[in-house]
Write a protein of this length. Sequence first.
Length: 503
Amino acid sequence: MRLDAIAITPRLRNGWEATDLGMAMVRHWFGPVYAAWFAVALPLFLLLHLLCWGNWYWIPWLLWWFKPLLDRPVLYILSRALFGEQPTYRQFWRDLPGLLRRQAFAALTWRRFDMARSFTLPVSQLEGLNGLARRQRLRDLGHPGRGSAVWLTLVGLHLEIALDVALVALIWMLIPDFVAVEFFDLFDDSHEFGQLWLNVIGFCGLSLVEPFYVAGGFALYLNRRVWLEAWDLELGFRRLAERLARVAVIGVVLATGLGLLTISEPVQAAESSDAICEQRRERETQLAQASSPVQRALAETLKTPELQVCEHQERWQWRDDGPDAPPESGSRKNPLAEGFAMLIEIALWLALGLCIGIAVWWLWRQTPRSLATIRRRVQPSSPVPISGRHETIFAPEAGLGTRAWQLWEAGQPREALRLLYQGSLAGLATQHGLPLPASATEEECLRRANAQLANPELVDFLHRMTRAWQATAYGCQPPTDDAARYLCEEWPRHFAATGALSA
């Protein structure tokens, strides 16, 4: 089992999430799953009709009894496709006899009535456990996966029955009106063809449900293993190790490249050490044979033991360190170092351009907010915003009632009442010490006003204001002109020091 090749995202799921994962697996591998199902179920269906010729009422019970064997090819396909090893047709037919033969007697006898058989099937088929080892493994996996598997069995049973009835109803609706057939006549199995008809319907319902049932149990089994064996953590650590390995490789490459860049040409002598020492000895001989007493004295001095040591030392230095360094055009060049240096330079320029682009994009995204902030700072006379109904509103102005009446006369009743209502909420917060949360509904605002305001006239005005706003905003029924004028005239008296409505 290769966890790194798994086709799902291992994580901790509850039972129904795991079951839904199984349904998604069948939808994803629909073709191979149903090909494996019909490769075994359809021949068995036909063979049972031949063996039970004339007694076809046995067929539904026999198909139900052989379900544990019919489930195995579906699980075979799902378990291999999940880890990227989808078998070929030749592999499927080669493995099918052993797949059906393994623990078949136990599956068809004492294990047949296990209500969680879709959950226990992977333990027998995929892990190959039997006897005491199987029982111990099921105890380890059992809770809470077994409970979900039992419910899956019950749901699958009822769904299969419902689909059978639905298929019969569909056929009955397609029968022309001139054919005298009642709905319940289609369930008559007193004749052989009636039995055959119901067997075909039952096989269709079984084929629609059973692969999903097997996949749901397999997903529950996988989910329990994820919980117990921490597959999600193991995959996380593997991915982390892969990322660290990639980072290490990149680091080694960069270190190698930087090392190549820092390595400079060694300062070498024109000739080898032996050649230099030979030249020294020849020079000493020339000095000893010279006619000048100074040169002969120099030759005698060079013969002292302290000056007879002839060594050739090499050291590393930067090309531009020495004052007598040769020009760049004349120095020896390292093609590998220069090529790597060019790649590093290009990568650095690309990284710089990417950083500049990200910075420009971020600043562009922040520009509207910045401009809005600057605008608020530049206009010190603007009122301070406070939280109101559904949006940010400002402290009310004295002429708000006049502006609301102008909007009403301009044929905008909704805007006029909205202005009054929002101004009322802002006035409650700024002038009457009753701030209201942005999530409060109109009724909650009224209840708070009734409970905390001691001015009955203000409370009555808020009731009228709220009812007028609700009727206009939600029912498209604005108040009369007199009622609107009353609200506009009364609003400054409660929420503004000045600003009465002009006639």
